[in-house]
Design a protein around this ligand. Structure first.
Ligand code: GLU
Length: 502
């Protein structure tokens, strides 16, 4: 393995959506491979045909690519080590299973489900860890089943599985890159089924065969697979193959430190995409679920390039990583704050165009859909939105007339003089030749000062009439962006529509 080009893989089962834990596994495999100048591969593990979901493979790969994780080899893009879907590799598993049978490392087992379950219950009752009782282990392999009975059953065509024979009294030891040395006693290892009665291999068997023939140098996967390692290592030993290096990633936890579950929030990456999170923020967030750069680093915002440069498996922790949605929200805001406005405009324009197909705007379309107008909206709002789509949804007054007015704010802000003041100030606004924030501000202050009033008597009503809401960016800048015509129309229209508590 020394000097070999690094090859890592993400090996999802096509059973549904991409879980955030799966995204993290894929990301760490990708970051490590790219950091080492190697290759990242996607292999689809569909040996459990009953759980296979139509289109899941395509969606998994599409979601990974959305996140910026593009495989060097995959079922969709091919490569020199294919096929990359396990159900297309059945002849390979068959061949190597036959070899194990010949070498007495595997045996046929004709036990029925009922028998296995009975045996399991009995062992549980006896306080033992449930394990196959080796009823069908042949005499010549140290068991008690005569070859003639096995042959008879086989000839009758009885359904069977093929199990590996775990050697007695050995201990299996390995070094996990994250966890350090790990040891298992063979007495705790079950005679794992390698081939199922439907002729498909189990995950354990197929993944070992594939990991070997696809020449992976490092296996990086979730902690839940740690206990499978001894079975896998025994298979490597039976075949005389050198096992890859392994790293088992820490569990993902809910904030209450229970295992991350749907019950406490979304776990599908697609749900986060639908909510409007960007790929940059999600990747950054997921990268930090178990990895950090180390002491002395204050950095929290990382681009994919920086992650590739800085990532190392040695800096992945053993302790469970808490999935803190606040952190993701914070990251999303950081990205929006710092993203170039042209990039934001290119994202929000299609969202706005889609809205405009549903809703009428009274503003000139060529203005509100122009890059120049959208850039001004972006600059005013980038500190205030949580998601990119909110430049349209949360800021709809930049494109559409207010549909309602904040009644609570009206009650609070309107005085018996408000209507009159608004009417007078409207005349001043109408007369302005330059409709700039500075000019509006100066005019407003000049208007209220001689009356002994504060600017707030008009600021709040103007904001509510022009936007419908009582919060937002600097009023003067907002009015400038909206433009004179819109501002005047909305003040007049609002005054007519709303019955104020005078
Ligand atoms: N198919 C397994 C899963 O979906 C892959 C485990 C592994 O990486 O070996 O988690």
């Amino acid at each position: 393995m020394v000097g070999q080009r690094v090859r890592t893989r993400f090996a999802p089962s096509p059973t549904g959506y991409l879980h955030v834990g799966g995204l993290r596994t894929a990301l760490y495999n990708y970051l490590f491979a790219k950091k080492m100048g190697g290759d990242f591969i996607i292999r689809i593990e569909d040996t459990d045909q009953s759980r296979k979901v139509e289109d899941a493979q395509k969606n998994l790969i599409k979601t990974l690519e959305w996140a910026g994780i593009v495989a060097d080899e995959s079922p969709e893009h091919g490569g020199n080590y294919g096929p990359y879907v396990q159900s297309e590799r059945l002849d390979i598993y068959d061949k190597y299973c036959k070899q194990l049978l010949i070498d007495n490392h595997a045996y046929y087992c004709f036990a029925t489900h009922e028998e296995l379950e009975e045996n399991r219950q009995l062992q549980i009752k006896q306080g033992l860890q449930p394990k196959y009782n080796r009823k069908w282990l042949p005499e010549e392999m140290g068991g008690s089943m005569p070859a003639s009975v096995i042959k008879k059953k086989f000839d009758e065509g009885g359904p069977f599985v093929i199990r590996m024979k775990v050697p007695d009294y050995v201990s299996v030891w390995f070094e996990d890159i994250i966890r350090g040395p790990v040891e298992f006693d063979s007495a705790t290892i079950d005679d794992q089924v390698l081939m199922k009665s439907d002729g498909f291999p189990t995950y354990h068997f197929a993944s070992v065969i594939d990991d070997h023939f696809m020449e992976f140098t490092h296996i990086i996967r979730g902690e839940e697979w740690l206990s499978s390692m001894p079975k896998h290592l025994l298979l490597y030993e039976f075949f005389g193959w050198e096992p890859p290096k392994v790293a088992h990633l820490p569990l993902l936890l809910n904030p209450d430190r229970s295992k991350l579950s749907k019950r406490q929030g979304d776990v599908a990456v697609e749900d986060y995409i639908r909510k409007g999170y960007s790929n940059d923020a999600i990747i950054n967030f997921v990268a930090m679920l178990g990895w950090n750069e180390g002491e002395g680093s204050e950095q929290e915002v990382y681009s994919m390039e920086q992650l590739i440069e800085k990532f190392s498996l040695e800096r992945v922790g053993k302790a469970g990583a808490v999935f803190n949605i606040e952190k993701l929200n914070w990251l999303e805001k950081q990205y929006i704050k710092n993203r170039p406005s042209e990039k934001l405009v290119s994202v929000i324009k299609p969202i706005l165009l889609a809205e405009l197909e549903q809703k009428n705007s009274l503003m000139p379309l060529e203005v509100i859909t122009s890059d120049c107008y959208l850039e001004k909206v972006v600059e005013l709002m980038r500190e205030r939105v949580g998601f990119e789509h909110e430049f349209v949804t949360f800021s709809s007054y930049f494109y559409f007339e207010p549909e309602s007015y904040d009644q609570e704010a009206i009650k609070k802000r309107w005085t018996p003089d408000t209507q009159k003041l608004l009417q007078e100030f409207l005349i001043i606004l109408q007369s302005l030749d330059v409709f700039s924030a500075e000019r509006i501000e100066a005019e407003l202050k000049e208007f209220v000062a001689p009356k002994g009033l504060k600017a707030a008597v008009l600021i709040h009503p103007l904001r509510i009439l022009t936007s419908g809401v009582s919060f937002g960016p600097s009023l003067y800048h907002m009015l400038e962006v909206l433009g004179k015509e819109t501002v005047i129309r909305r003040i007049k229209g609002g005054n007519e529509k709303v019955s104020f508590p005078v």
